[in-house]
Ligand binder design. Structure first.
Ligand code: KIV
Length: 274
């Protein structure tokens, strides 16, 4: 008897086919239980290397390892049913050669069971994207602001602010698309550039701080929920959960300290003495 689930999970070709169609809804998740919530409303769940900042308190994504990505990717796969799960390739796991990238991507896919990987870089990663795509690894590109390059960029500034600086970013978008990526994240670029790239390339663009002109949007879940101490300025907060969580923790701590928390008598049916 087949053990295949009745729910069909979205695939990279499904997302590729959404170019110019219904906007692609994407959020990050790193855990099974948030993945199960995100899965109800999103087409794509990104297990982003932003988990280095959000879960581990690192200043940048540079320290994130392949093992960290695989562990959280596995959790998100267990928590989700229908969304395409894309796992970020962390800094140092793919840049040295296309063969290194292939071995890392295969580990991610075999051990997490995710449906695709994401890597940063445009023209300089095109050969690698082609190599992976031709060997059964669906690749989502990531251009514009590429946070893994923070130590050479110097800061997390928006890219392509002046029209004169657009061409290299447009060339990156073309290169990623022509190399066979199924979609591309464009981070922190001005609206006219996001729009221009979206009109120019054949694959869906997924903006983060790149405007509604893109074919979809991605945000870091904790940023849009108001749980991150520092979120980029372009992020709209759809919730403000930080203060609510703190208030609940404070109530709990106050009740424990004053022995005022409910006992188990309503469960076991025994009244406390005295
Ligand atoms: O790591 C991440 O969460 C990302 C998004 C910011 C696109 O790459």
């Amino acid at each position: 008897m087949s053990v295949q689930s009745a729910i069909r999970r979205k695939t990279a070709p499904d997302i590729r086919a959404r170019k110019g169609g219904d906007p692609i809804v994407m959020l990050t998740s790193y855990h099974a239980h948030t993945a199960s919530l995100v899965d109800r409303y999103c087409d794509v769940i990104l297990v982003g290397d932003s988990l280095g900042n959000v879960m581990h308190g690192f200043e940048t994504t540079v320290p994130v390892t392949l093992d960290m990505m695989i562990l959280q990717g596995r959790a998100v796969m267990r928590g989700s049913e229908q969304a395409l799960v894309v796992v970020d390739m962390p800094f140092g796991s793919y840049e040295a050669s296309k063969e290194q990238a292939f071995h890392s991507a295969v580990r991610i896919m075999k051990e997490s069971l995710c449906g695709a990987v994401k890597l940063e870089g445009g023209v300089k990663m095109a050969e690698t994207i082609r190599f992976l795509s031709e060997r059964g690894v669906p690749v989502m590109g990531h251009i514009g602001l590429t946070p893994q390059s923070i130590n050479t960029l110097g800061s997390f500034r928006a890219q392509g602010r002046e029209e004169g600086s657009w061409e290299p970013i447009e060339a990156d978008a073309r290169a990623v698309s022509e190399a066979g990526a199924f979609s591309v994240v464009i981070e922190a670029v001005a609206e006219p550039l996001g729009r221009k790239i979206t009109e120019q390339i054949a694959i869906p663009t997924i903006g983060i701080g790149a405007s509604a002109a893109c074919d979809g949007q991605v945000l870091v879940l904790e940023d849009m929920l108001g749980l991150s101490p520092r979120a980029p300025k372009f992020v709209k907060r759809y919730g403000n959960l930080g203060p609510g969580i703190e208030a609940a923790i404070k109530d709990y701590a106050d009740e424990v300290r004053s022995r005022a928390f409910p006992g188990p008598e309503h469960v076991y049916g025994m009244k406390p003495k005295g």
